[in-house]
Structures are given as C-alpha cells and as structure tokens.
Design a binder for this molecule. Structure first.
Ligand code: SF4
Ligand code: SF4
Length: 82
C-alpha cells in the first residue's frame, strides 16, 4: 500500500482518481487506507494518485510493503466485497 506524507497540500485531486476508494481526508492531510490500496494493481498500470499528485508526497507505506501477487489478491477480495 502507498501512504500520503505531511507534504500533502490537501488539493483533493487524488481522491476521485482512486479505483478502490482508499483515499479520504484525514485530520490534517489526506490519508490512504492500507486495507483498500492495491497500488492500483488490478485496475491500472501505475498508481493513479501518484500520477496526479502535484507535490509527489505518496511513497510506499513502509508498514505495508506488499508483492504484486498480494496486491492482486487484495484487489480480488475488495471486488468480491462489492
Ligand atoms: Fe488508490 Fe491506487 Fe493510490 Fe492506492 S495507489 S491509493 S489504489 S489510487
Ligand atoms: Fe495531497 Fe497529493 Fe492527494 Fe493533493 S494529490 S490531496 S497533495 S496527496
């Protein structure tokens, strides 16, 4: 999963681009729910939030480093939930 750092300027362009509804406004800046972020695996070739973020504040979350296979399985589980 990816994460948003405190460099975030709350511009809101990433939130509507997420195919998994993983992004929301947090207490001070936007946040990514690691349980819902597939790094866009299963939807797009590149993380869509990273593509649109103007300040490049969306790295991999070091607490949630996942393989492509794990991300694919997460995507399938999310889709099964509906
Ligand atoms: Fe959403 Fe993709 Fe960004 Fe993860 S990488 S938060 S799934 S847009
Ligand atoms: Fe924050 Fe980047 Fe998302 Fe804008 S696009 S809300 S700066 S993480």
């Amino acid at each position: 999963a990816l994460m948003i750092t405190d460099e975030c300027i709350n511009c809101d362009v990433c939130e509507p681009e997420c195919p998994n509804q993983a992004i929301s406004m947090g207490e001070t800046v936007y946040v990514i729910d690691p349980a819902r972020c597939t790094e866009c695996v299963g939807h797009f070739g590149e993380p869509q939030c990273v593509q649109v973020c103007p300040v490049e504040c969306i790295p991999v979350n070091p607490a949630f480093v996942e393989t492509r296979e794990q991300l694919q399985r997460k995507c399938e589980a999310l889709q099964a939930q509906g």
